[in-house]
Ligand binder design. Structure first.
Ligand code: HEC
Length: 141
């Protein structure tokens, strides 16, 4: 599907370029392709922002591919909490039986101690937009 959309956007571009006419939009396809291209760019810039925030805010304790003070984050999105096999979690996090998704990560980053009292992660992200960007980035790991 991705390829189809891309091909569509390319052909729409060619048609627009050649004829400089809006009539081609009538079948709706080029418009849809353009919209999804825009969405892609937005998503990409959100991820890019998240990646920068991750390095700045999480990087002291986490990395995508190695355990540090906190567990590695590779594959964290969609995985069960406390499930990196070679990381020693606190009992608090061990008892937290959830799957990391947009909602649970948002709650966690807002206030880990509220979600798992006694957790060793004492770091909060208070800005909702920042949490959103960081979560978008975590999804790619
Ligand atoms: C000061 C160190 C520190 C910082 C900064 C920090 N964390 Fe953590 N994080 C931890 C520790 C330690 C744990 C394990 C907690 C436990 O076992 O109770 C953890 C656990 C997690 C978990 C649960 C992982 C799992 O395998 O279940 C997620 C998700 C997480 N952190 C995300 C983040 C993100 C995203 C950031 C940056 C916005 C961040 N953390 C910043 C120390 C930190």
């Amino acid at each position: 599907m991705r390829i189809d959309v891309a091909a569509c956007a390319v052909s729409a571009f060619i048609v627009f370029g050649a004829s400089a006419s809006m009539a081609v939009v009538d079948d709706g396809e080029p418009r849809a392709a353009a919209a999804s291209e825009g969405g892609g760019a937005d998503a990409a810039s959100l991820i890019e922002r998240g990646a920068k925030l991750y390095v700045r805010k999480c990087g002291a304790c986490h990395s995508p591919d190695a355990n540090r003070i906190g567990p590695r984050h590779e594959g964290v999105y969609g995985r069960k909490s406390g499930s990196v096999p070679d990381f020693r979690y606190t009992k608090a996090l061990g008892a937290l039986d959830i799957v990391w998704d947009e909602e649970t990560l948002d709650e966690w980053l807002t206030n880990p101690s509220a979600m798992a009292p006694g957790t060793a992660m004492g770091f909060r992200v208070t800005d909702a937009e920042e949490r959103k960007a960081i979560i978008a980035y975590l999804k790619t790991l």
